[in-house]
Design a protein around this ligand. Structure first.
Ligand SMILES: Nc1ncnc2c1ncn2[C@@H]1O[C@H](COP(=O)(O)OP(=O)(O)OP(=O)(O)O)[C@@H](O)[C@H]1O
Ligand SMILES: [Mg+2]
Length: 246
């Protein structure tokens, strides 16, 4: 399997004996995972824990016990120590977007460079123009469609260019050309990319896919085998539901 880190680098993402409660739900209990591969898919039913896993890796959730680290930094360490290590594209773009216009939102991703907001807005505009999207620069985010907002979130993440990129249901609102474009960009990305999705064809070719079930890895291996195992399980469950209805 290809690695995104050299042997001397720390493990990109490491979770040890993690227990996570959200509300009164036990989402993870004693979950241990090492995520080294350059492309990893995350699949599983609604509520199986995919978004929660991403939130843990980004440090948005604190485990009740156990540890999560990214590139050697504990996710509960000071944010300044974790700049550039991990970034996430949220399932709902409105949870990610802060600024009113596209160029301001993209300029935020450049802000760690310490340059002025004006310079970063110009750079953001150049990125948009290079992609044939210059006309989006001054558009109000609220005037974009859901899929277009998802596109902006992807661009923001690419501009920030963290070492590990987490994409939570990134294809859900994209049209067919948008999905094809994102597949290609994922293929080309130099970073570690982890994709959570219900659209299995987007991760079937990945070197590793993890099938989460009730917060545990029910399947973990090459994308083709794990996707096939999940599909077979879903088919069997649908069949038994049909038998119960008949
Ligand atoms: N804010 C919250 N408060 C309480 N419980 C939550 C919260 N968010 C998620 N949960 C619970 O945590 C569990 C895991 O949810 P999570 O959102 O991680 O699942 P998921 O695999 O991403 O699902 P989906 O495929 O629907 O996106 C579920 O039982 C869910 O009900
Ligand atoms: Mg989710």
């Amino acid at each position: 399997m290809s690695r995104v880190h050299s042997p001397s680098d720390p493990t990109p993402i490491q979770m040890d004996h993690v227990r996570l409660l959200r509300g009164t739900t036990i989402v993870f209990d004693n979950l241990t995972l090492r995520l080294n591969e350059s492309r990893i898919g995350l699949i599983g039913d609604n509520g199986s824990g995919k978004s929660s896993l991403f939130r843990l890796i980004c440090g948005l959730e604190k485990p009740q016990s156990g540890n999560v680290s990214v590139w050697g930094q504990d996710t509960q360490s000071k944010p300044a120590k974790r700049v550039g290590l991990v970034g996430m594209m949220f399932q709902n773009p409105d949870d990610q977007i802060i600024f009113p216009t596209v160029e301001e939102e993209l300029a935020l991703s450049l802000s760690p460079n310490g340059l002025s907001r004006k310079v970063n807005c110009q750079e953001a505009r150049a990125v948009l123009t290079a992609r044939g999207l210059g006309h989006w620069a001054e558009r109000a985010i609220g005037s974009l469609s859901q899929g277009q907002r998802q596109h902006v979130c992807w661009l923001a993440l690419m501009i920030a260019s963290p070492k590990s990129v987490l994409l939570d249901e990134p294809f859900s609102s994209l049209d067919l050309p948008g999905r094809g474009m994102l597949d290609l960009e994922i293929l080309k990305a130099k970073q570690q990319v982890i994709v959570s999705t219900h659209l299995l064809d987007h991760v079937r070719g990945f070197e590793r896919v993890i099938w989460l079930e009730k917060g545990q890895a029910r399947g973990d291996g090459d994308g083709a085998s794990v996707c096939a195992a999940y599909e077979a399980d879903v088919a069997a469950r649908c069949q038994s539901d049909h038998l119960n209805i008949d």
